[in-house]
Design a protein around this ligand. Sequence first.
Ligand code: DON
Length: 583
Amino acid sequence: MALCLVAALCVGASHAHASRPPAAAIATAHPLATAAGKDILSAGGNAFDAAVAVSAALAVVEPYSSGLGGGGFWLLHVAASGRDVMVDGRERAPLAATADMYLDADGEFVPARSLNGPLAAGIPGAPAALAHIAERYGRLPLAASLVPAIELARDGFEIDPVYTRLARWRRDAIAASPAAAAQFLAGDAVPAPGTRLRQPELATTLLHLARDGHDGFYGGEVARLLVAGVRAGGGIWRLRDLAQYRVVERAPISARFEAPTGRWRLVSAPPPSSGGVALVQMLHMLSGFDVAALAPADRAHLLIETMRRAYRDRAEFLGDPDYVDVPVARLTDPRYAAGLMRNFRMDRATPSPPPEAVRAEGADTTHFSILDTDGNRVAATLSINYPFGSGFVPPGTGVLLNDEMDDFAARPGVPNAYGLIGGDANAIAPGKRMLSSMSPTFIESDAEVVILGTPGGSRIITMVLEGLLAATGLDPTAGGGARDWVAAGRFHHQYLPDEVVTEPDALSPAVRRSLERRGHRLSTAGRPYGNMQLVRWRRAQRQVEAASDPRGIGAATVIEAAPAATVSNHRRQPQTQPLRTTP
Ligand code: DON
């Protein structure tokens, strides 16, 4: 049987499905954020209102992952029109940024400068995105959807063990900012799990956003405090940076493919994310192979080789499409993928020499997935980059700033915190968005809809690929239900360094030996990685499932509109078929 894979920029509406989900569902990385989303749905909000509530709640209860001082990508599916759109709330480089701002006098990259303190912070996009989503897509006023977050910031919540672990790791950066230390530490110490964390200044900033929308953050008192604090701390923001910030609505990347479970469509993040392009490239490279039927070692080897090739292109070609010409159509053309695979050998790893054109990560970041009973969907991946971002809070704002500037290629070919390299396409320029790996994704067939994504730095894209292969039956070892897919073991290759990083139990000893015989260098990740949040709607069965990655502390909930079952571990009949590409 054939697998057809047709990549295209997603334009216009997808085919509309008349049926509605029998239940809504929310999966997020924190139980209090899931509860906030549920409250807003109960109050008559739609998935987009719930997304605003969840994003804002995560900004309060997961300060190590995302927040008002950060950004993200919100992938939306509007059921009434069938339209898919990505709200790009990615941070931008300040207007005073320069290409060499993180290099020392000898031209050497100084990573600490792009990771710690206000110089590391891009101009936040999250508040603008929340205001935009509420106004354009929500049913409730922004102020209503922000209520749970304002209460959590004002009244406090008990911090979790992840907070304590990550705050320990970032203690020095936090301690260097008196306002951050006052907000997140107890004196010099990292508070223990169970300690109540109140953030009154963050509550006030949220109130400004609730009252005045976009301008409540990017203008007035909040903007003045943000800029004053950043500049006093050695940063380069100006009021103009904040006044000029706008979200961008972008057409997602989409592709069609067939799997043992039917004909599917992928919808994922376009540039300035590298995720959608890389996912389509990897799917095309799998074309022609009977992926589901391959022996496990052969399937792992094939996947690794597609990852290697996609990440090579990421390093060379991907960047902010408003600044550089990203050749999306060429990169996502099946014939191009066929060319990339010309030197593929099943018995041997392909080496990764540094790409010529490039001359000159974990548990932080967050993802959530939401489905409402109208069929609206949200997949959102949000970040402040490193755990606790830059560690810097401008006094009086309660806003922890990101260190997303490290996602730029500070110097061509020199790896960033996730070991990723890049060149001119992702060089720093004033107002430019830094390249991201965040990949909020939908996959859908006539029978099913799956909403998924995860944090994990450079490993995000390969985790989403692995989730996609599990959910479509292309990886028959992964099990048949949402909970199996988010729990499945993970491995990753990103071209350079030329090694396969695996979770401790992701590959059997026999598969590991087989990969090593083919020339792969394997390294075991120090701890399990990723935090996938997934919602699945099985249209034919009239059933909704939601699953939160067991590696994290998140919570998934299914909110029944009418009596129906929630979680199933339905196993598919394995079917196999070769993949074929049709241009
Ligand atoms: O946008 C990106 O690709 C990164 N800033 C994401 C960072 C991340 O996922 C960290 N989590 N482990």
